[in-house]
Design a protein around this ligand. Structure first.
Ligand code: HEM
Length: 301
């Protein structure tokens, strides 16, 4: 039973410290092994044969259209707010207000209401993104199109680990490891977040016993949080790499739809952060309540 008592602040700091040191030692060992490996002749040959990227099909478009940038911005905007309100829903003991649909139904906290609204907007944005990806051929950048994808992902991983990072031209194509994580994020993590969230919400078709038994609520509860952690870890590493591998050029790709090294993309990126921070501050019951009122009945308790 003692193990179940919450950790004290000191225990948290100790655990975090030990975890950090363990990760540092693990990473150092991985780098030493990778550097030794890339010095071996067969591995050198492998790296020459598979440089970490493969050519996209001829029909693939080159460059980033503006809509990719807008989709990426809205994705980030909603995702950050979803994570913030999701944590609030989890921590909240005495909600400051409640919302009930005009058609009746379950009374939910205002925090859960705004979380669900943001979810819906994020899903619509994601659906538009996937439709546009397939309508324009842009999907070929984020979905593997050749068996060469696999050895190239291993090669790119080895190059990152040996600290001799793959040089790439992401205006034309991503390296295979990058592609792998974009694919996982768009086609695995996002659908998992949606389906587990739907299972936890009041919108799940509870009456359908076969469906509910096939996907038990306990499983959804177990997966929903780790998926959020995946998004956070992905984003941290993603942003570090964006900044460490030619920040101005990368930001121009995504925020200014151009392949140059001027400051336009960076300025637009900073502006987008200001918008996100402002929304972060604005998501509070006093401001959410009047909006929620338009879509249902808001009560204090
Ligand atoms: C401060 C936050 C972020 C910044 C600065 C950022 C920046 C970028 C940049 C510059 C690219 C293009 C990479 C290149 O040209 O090599 C990119 C691509 C991408 N990012 Fe982010 N990103 C951020 C957050 C996120 C988040 C939160 C997600 C999703 C969870 C995400 C998902 C993606 C995906 C899927 C792509 C590939 C899109 C495509 O080509 O269709 N990013 N990001």
């Amino acid at each position: 039973m003692r193990l179940l008592t919450p950790l004290t602040r000191k225990q948290w700091a100790g655990t975090a410290g030990v975890t950090f040191i363990a990760l540092l030692i693990g990473a150092t060992i991985a780098v030493v092994i990778a550097r030794w490996l890339v010095g071996l002749e067969p591995v050198e040959e492998f790296l020459t044969r598979y440089p970490g990227e493969y050519e996209l099909p001829e029909s693939a478009p080159t460059g980033f259209p503006a809509w990719v940038g807008w989709q990426h911005f809205f994705n980030m905007f909603f995702l950050f707010l979803i994570i913030r309100t999701g944590i609030q829903v989890n921590q909240e003991r005495r909600p400051q207000g409640y919302w009930t649909s005009k058609r009746g139904g379950k009374k939910i906290s205002l925090t859960l209401w705004i979380h669900l609204v943001l979810d819906l907007l994020w899903i619509i944005n994601g659906a538009v993104f996937v439709i546009l990806l397939f309508a324009t051929g842009q999907w070929m950048r984020v979905v593997p199109t050749s068996w060469e994808f696999f050895p190239n992902a291993v090669s790119a991983g080895l190059q990152y680990l040996s600290l001799d990072w793959p040089t790439h031209n992401s205006w034309v194509n991503y390296n295979s490891l990058q592609e792998l994580f974009y694919f996982l994020t768009v086609f695995i993590a996002a659908p998992l977040a949606i389906i587990t969230g739907l299972r936890l919400s009041q919108y799940w078709p509870r009456k359908n016993k076969a469906l509910s038994n096939a996907f038990p609520i306990g499983l959804a509860r177990k997966l929903h949080f780790p998926v959020m952690i995946y998004f956070v870890v992905f984003t941290v590493i993603h942003v570090i790499l964006v900044f460490a591998t030619g920040a101005l050029r990368n930001l121009n790709h995504m925020y200014a739809a151009q392949d140059s090294t001027n400051w336009t993309g960076f300025v637009l990126f900073v502006l987008s952060l200001i918008v996100i921070v402002a929304a972060f501050v604005a998501v509070r019951p006093s401001l959410v309540a009047p909006v929620a009122q338009k879509f249902g009945d808001v009560t204090a308790r």
